[in-house]
Design a protein around this ligand. Structure first.
Ligand code: GLU
Length: 323
């Protein structure tokens, strides 16, 4: 009885569906029917780069070796004391960055290489890796969030540069990435040289945008607010490529097996934990945690868990100190 009713419902649905398909097209000869496909919308805040906007300055800020940081110390000071008094650490990151900081679909927790390094810092600061509060940041928000003290730290694939060091400060290098190119497989694009006259997606406020503009001025650029948006516009074929760090691109390629990372390194991208300027006690403290995780195997464990499957084997970067 129940099966018969189900069958009847199916027939009704099928008739309705067929009716829906044929009614509109019945009298239009095949070959002259207009396609009903419409272009998918661009992600919110996707903006083509205005080609006559000024190129980033080529006389870059000079600061010697930008990756040289303060020697580690767990002595603490006013910033560390304030965080401990609050009892939790506020960390800025991108909650949609596969492999670095993204939601575990089962637990709902933010996990990944950056999120777990932030947890190790939190463990040393307040005694429990879970006493952490994540604030979602786009790439273009990172420096301002630190300058406004909205967050204690930024753990978001953030390249250490002299320009950025004018506004914020950094830990030692915790990962070395290289900018490359992501394309749909068999696209015929094999690196940055092939992007002349092509559409490329990049996130605003990144070193990736500056490098594409400088090294491939003949590309037309679509800017968005997150790398996840770049994957969407590549999948929708609204761009021919996306370009940023191989580490981020590898996370995108893992999400879509029809895409691949191509070409040589466009530029080295050493990652540091971003810290507000002046919070030197916190810089030294974070560098202490980074020393610990390099020495006790935690860095290797996190790298093996999150990045080795897509980036191949690697070891912790050697720190450079300025004092
Ligand atoms: N490493 C690049 C940067 O810091 C891109 C990373 C990102 O957008 O998260 O600008």
């Amino acid at each position: 009885m129940r099966a018969a009713r189900g069958y009847a419902a199916l027939v009704v649905a099928a008739v309705a569906l067929l009716g829906g398909c044929t009614a509109a097209d019945d009298n239009v000869p095949i070959g002259t029917r207009t396609a009903k496909y419409t272009e998918p919308p661009l992600p919110a805040k996707a903006v083509p780069l205005v080609t006559d906007s000024p190129l980033p300055s080529t006389n870059q800020a000079q600061c010697g070796d930008p990756t040289a940081s303060l020697r580690p110390s767990s002595a603490g000071g006013p910033t560390v004391d304030a965080i401990r008094a609050r009892g939790r650490v506020i960390v800025g990151l991108d909650a949609g960055s596969n492999l670095f900081s993204f939601r575990d679909p089962i637990s709902g927790a933010i996990v990944g290489f950056d999120a777990d390094i932030a947890r190790e810092i939190t463990r040393d600061l307040v005694g429990n890796p879970d006493l952490i509060e994540f604030r979602n940041l786009g790439s273009g928000d990172r420096e301002q969030a630190l300058q406004d003290h909205m967050v204690d730290l930024v753990a978001k694939t953030m390249t250490i540069t002299c320009e950025r060091r004018q506004k914020v400060t950094f830990s030692t290098v915790y990962l070395r990435a290289n900018q490359r190119v992501l394309v749909v497989k068999n696209s015929g694009i094999s690196g940055i040289a092939d992007l002349a006259g092509k559409k490329v997606c990049v996130v605003r406020g990144t070193t990736s945008l500056d490098h594409i503009r400088r090294y491939q001025p003949a590309a037309s650029i679509l800017t968005v607010t997150t790398w996840a948006d770049c994957l969407v516009v590549l999948q929708q074929r609204q761009v021919d490529a996306a370009s940023t760090d191989d580490s981020i691109l590898a996370g995108m390629a893992a999400q879509d097996p029809y895409t691949e990372v191509v070409g040589d390194s466009i530029s080295p991208e050493p990652y540091g934990i971003g810290i507000p300027k002046g919070n030197d006690d916190l810089v030294r403290f974070v560098n202490g945690t980074l020393e610990r995780i390099r020495a006790d195997g935690t860095w290797n464990r996190l790298y093996r868990q999150w990045l080795q499957p897509v980036l191949g084997p690697s070891g912790p970067p050697t720190p450079t100190y300025q004092d």
